[in-house]
Design a protein around this ligand. Structure first.
Ligand code: ZN
Ligand code: ZN
Length: 418
């Protein structure tokens, strides 16, 4: 699918920011009149954050509360905080977020931080700090992975992120180019962005419906350094694009989104897999990941860069070494087509097939939102404090769907839908 691009020169940067804010609130979040909004962002994204706030109030928001993180302050912690700081997280803050969500608030995250912020810091401290946040954030995250509330993530260009994507350009040009890429991927350049999103969303739903009719028992990925069989959970459900949250509000959780995804069976992944793009995880870069699975569990994990952070991540808990998501994305997705490496999961995961270690989405199981933890586990849904997507797809990747009878049907060849 291509996005109609016209008259982009007639729109100013300010107008495009307004449009991005509008699709974030109207299409991504589907914010209801009278609903409260909790937003998280970094300081550098303020111009977009303010516009989103404006659009939220215009849509009838009761109250918009934004939690702004300062990346410089985060670095100061690594330089000067006592050692025990890194096992601590502001639990009171995450409890507050969980209580806001339970009270009906929607959740919007603005992604745009420095992908390599912590890459010079002690990986052991980074790992401990991540684990502390994961534990503290768990009650709030559960409401999101169960899709109890409407939520979405949108992106904003920042100088540090732009410098990572365009290392050879000067700062102003890099920032402008990154904004262009974000506007294009977020369909803000289309004559009617809201309508462009509606039709894109419908296309993703058709793809998911097709896969749901097939009822494959497994997917087989074959590419350079990858020979991986991912068994799918019993009663798995493919999703793509938007969904109706438990509070009855239709939302599109990621902007952009190009994936259809489902829940693997936590005990049924076998073989080896190699990452095809670097993974920016909580401010550290992990590159050249090679992992071997046996009966669903990671038994070998190596990386050319960031191996220690990878192993810390997998050691988070038992479920951190098992899959919670498998997603199919064609190599010709508009984001892959840009040819850019964003070093930001929101973008890179929509440019390639990917898998995620950790927590499964219960919405990817039939009636999953109504099942108890025990029932979900029985169907094969994984449970963990983490959910980390990483990219395995490429223009070389072949994917077969394995039927219940064990026959292989070609799904993707050289990265494209058959
Ligand atoms: Zn995904
Ligand atoms: Zn994911």
């Amino acid at each position: 699918m291509s996005t109609p691009v016209l008259e982009t020169t007639t729109l100013t940067h300010e107008q495009k920011l307004d449009r991005l804010a509008e699709v974030a609130i109207r299409v991504g979040l589907g914010l209801a009149a009278g609903q409260e909004l909790v937003m998280t962002a970094t300081l550098d994204t303020l111009p977009l954050v303010r516009r989103i706030t404006e659009q939220a109030y215009k849509a009838g928001a009761k109250l918009v509360t934004t939690l702004l993180a300062d990346e410089e302050a985060q670095l100061l912690r690594y330089s000067y905080a006592p050692n025990e700081s890194f096992d601590y997280a502001a639990g009171w803050l995450y409890d507050g977020m969980a209580s806001a969500f339970k009270g009906g608030a929607a959740r919007l995250a603005v992604a745009g931080g420095n992908p390599a912020l912590l890459s010079q810091e002690d990986p052991e401290k980074v790992g401990r700090a991540n684990r502390a946040v994961s534990k503290a954030y768990r009650p709030a995250l559960e409401l999101i992975t169960r899709h109890d509330i409407n939520w979405t993530i949108v992106a904003a260009a920042t100088p540090a992120w732009a410098a990572t994507v365009f290392p050879d350009l000067d700062a102003d040009e890099a920032l402008a180019r990154l904004w262009d890429a974000i506007f294009a991927a977020s369909r803000v350049d289309a004559p009617d962005p809201v309508e462009a999103w509606r039709s894109h969303d419908a296309g993703l739903h058709r793809r998911a419906d097709m896969l749901n009719e097939k009822r494959y028992s497994a997917l087989h990925f074959k590419g350079s350094g990858t020979d991986l069989k991912v068994g799918l959970a019993d009663n798995h459900l493919w999703l793509g694009g938007g969904m109706t949250a438990g509070n009855g509000i239709y939302c599109i959780p990621n902007m952009p989104t190009e994936e259809v995804f489902t829940t693997p069976h936590k005990d049924r992944t076998e073989g080896t897999v190699t990452s095809t793009k670097p993974l920016s995880h909580q401010g550290t870069m992990i590159e050249g990941i090679r992992v071997r699975f046996e009966r669903g569990r990671v038994v070998e994990a190596k990386a050319d860069r960031g191996q220690e952070v990878l192993q810390e991540m997998i050691a988070t808990d038992d479920g951190a070494g098992r899959l919670g998501e498998v997603a199919l994305v064609p190599h010709s997705s508009p984001i892959a087509h840009s040819g850019l490496l964003f070093s930001n999961t929101l973008f890179d995961e929509n440019a390639a097939c990917h898998i995620a270690l950790g927590q499964a989405y219960s919405s990817c199981l039939k009636d999953g939102d109504k099942l108890s933890k025990e029932e979900l586990t029985k169907l094969g849904a994984n449970e963990s404090l983490i959910h980390v997507d990483w990219m395995i797809g490429s223009g070389e990747m072949d994917v077969d769907g394995i039927t219940a009878a064990g026959d292989a049907e070609p799904l993707m060849r050289k990265g494209e839908w058959v």
